[in-house]
Design a protein around this ligand. Structure first.
Ligand code: UD1
Length: 430
């Protein structure tokens, strides 16, 4: 298994290009199931999760070509995907594939909307909590789907097609909003979705659906009004920049005391996270090409933050913020309100000398004078990148094991950081 080796202590200086957002690319790829025509997606990041979803979609009969080539193992950066679901040959998404990536469950809505039936494995547990699918199922029921659960599979049926309905989510869910929106796009008549997730990736999917012929009001708000169409057209859409990658690098720059322009990204995509970063004492400014992050020799101020659905502070940056706060001048408090078990990075950060106490959903982080490099273990995608940030701050050598988690969501991480002066390299197994 690959590992990452970091020698900490170098400030980051230069520019880092920000990739297309994983969390938008995945549902956009799934949107290809809604039309017989070709959906072209630009700026698709080269990530393990994207490649896995490509496999799942091919299994349903989607034809995928990458910039004229067939999709394959060749590395590509910000590639263009051409997806055509002319015939859906299989409406089953098997356990072997769905269990490896939760977002693949989102094929359920579009498949039942287009084909009148779908059988998708329950995603199962994952490292950061139980993550149920009740909100996805109630949304599809509101559009007329009959749902049965049998032997670990969700079977959804709507032989006469879905019909528009009224969905009120009791809790904000990004995935359930995607599933509802994608299904409503082909449902007959109007669907009202209340308490929809407002994450920019939901807006990006809605914008693509509009180009495919769906009428959607309220994009960017928590109330979406969708006029479904019986047939959608193909279109060309560019995936928006990855706000979690942006925030991760912004925190890394603040952590090392550097000066970096994050190219191709936009500040409004992560308003609260960058406001929080400013509160710690780092400077955040807009440039013509992106966002510039600087921190001079001053120390970091502690913060008090809780994770919230967008536009609040994202749970996907919680671990990275915690890594940064291990060196603040004072005590920070971070409360995780979205996932119940998203603190696995705490004990790994402690191995580097961090002083963190956990009480239920709240972590109290007492800033320490220095961190000391050590071997650590990546446990999930965002936790592992928090260890990279800590390693960049630590004195001496940090070895991060199980880096396949990083490859799920960060494109060319070592290359992007080492171009800015970080001493980081991948130790390839075997
Ligand atoms: C998406 C993101 C993930 C991010 C998360 C929250 C993608 C591919 N993944 O995950 O990176 O951390 O949003 O911003 O975009 N819940 C239920 N019932 C359901 C569905 C969800 O109770 O049917 C709960 C979850 O357990 C969790 C909360 O709702 O506590 C939010 O989860 P959700 O927004 O659905 O996360 P994902 O869409 O899986």
């Amino acid at each position: 298994m690959d590992r990452i080796r970091i020698i900490g202590g170098q400030p980051l200086k230069g520019t880092i290009p920000i990739s297309g957002a994983k969390n938008a690319a995945l549902p956009l790829m799934i949107a290809s199931l809604l039309t017989e025509d070709r959906l072209t997606l630009k700026n698709v990041p080269n990530l393990a999760d994207v490649n896995l979803l490509a496999r799942i979609l091919r299994n349903h009969g989607v034809d995928l070509a990458v910039d004229g080539k067939r999709a394959g193992g060749t590395p590509h950066l910000g590639e263009t995907f051409h997806l055509t679901a002319r015939d859906i040959s299989d409406t089953t998404a098997p356990y072997e594939l769905v269990s490896r990536m939760r977002a693949s469950f989102w094929v359920l809505g579009p498949l039942v909307a287009r084909m009148g039936e779908a059988k998708v494995s329950l995603p199962g547990g994952c490292a950061i909590g139980t993550r149920p699918v009740d909100l996805h199922l109630s949304a599809l029921r509101a559009l007329g789907a009959e749902i049965e659960i049998d032997a670990g599979y969700v079977i959804a049926r709507a032989p006469k097609g879905l019909v528009g309905g009224h969905i009120t989510f009791p809790k904000v869910s990004v995935g359930a909003t995607h599933n509802a929106l994608l299904a409503a796009a082909l449902a007959k008549g109007e669907t009202l979705i209340e308490n929809a997730a407002r994450e920019p990736e939901v807006g990006d999917v809605a914008a693509c659906l509009v180009k495919m012929g769906v009428v959607i009001e309220g994009i960017g708000t928590s109330t979406l009004r969708v006029q479904g169409k019986s047939r959608l057209e193909g279109t060309v859409h560019t995936v928006l920049p990855d706000r979690i990658e942006t925030g991760t690098f912004a925190f890394a720059v603040a952590a090392t005391g550097g000066d970096v322009v994050l190219e191709g990204t936009r500040r409004e995509l992560l308003k609260t996270a960058l406001e929080t970063l400013s509160e710690t004492g780092a400077s955040v400014t807009d440039t013509e090409t992106g966002v510039r992050i600087q921190r001079n020799g001053n120390g970091l101020e502690p913060i008090d933050v809780e994770t919230q659905p967008f536009p609040g502070f994202p749970t996907d940056l919680q671990a990275q913020l915690m890594a940064l706060m291990t060196r603040a001048h004072g005590t920070s408090v971070i409360r995780e309100t979205i996932f119940e078990n998203r603190f696995m990075h705490v004990q790994e950060l402690a191995r580097l000398g961090a002083d963190i106490k956990l009480h239920g959903d709240t972590a109290t982080i007492k800033g320490v004078r220095s961190l000391r490099g050590a071997p650590v273990m990546a446990t999930d995608l965002r936790a592992s990148v928090s260890l990279v940030i800590a390693g960049l701050m630590a004195e001496g050598e940090t070895i991060i094991n199980r880096v396949y988690h990083l490859d799920r969501g960060f494109e060319r991480l070592e290359e992007k950081l080492s171009r800015c002066g970080a001493q980081i390299e991948r130790l390839t197994a075997g």
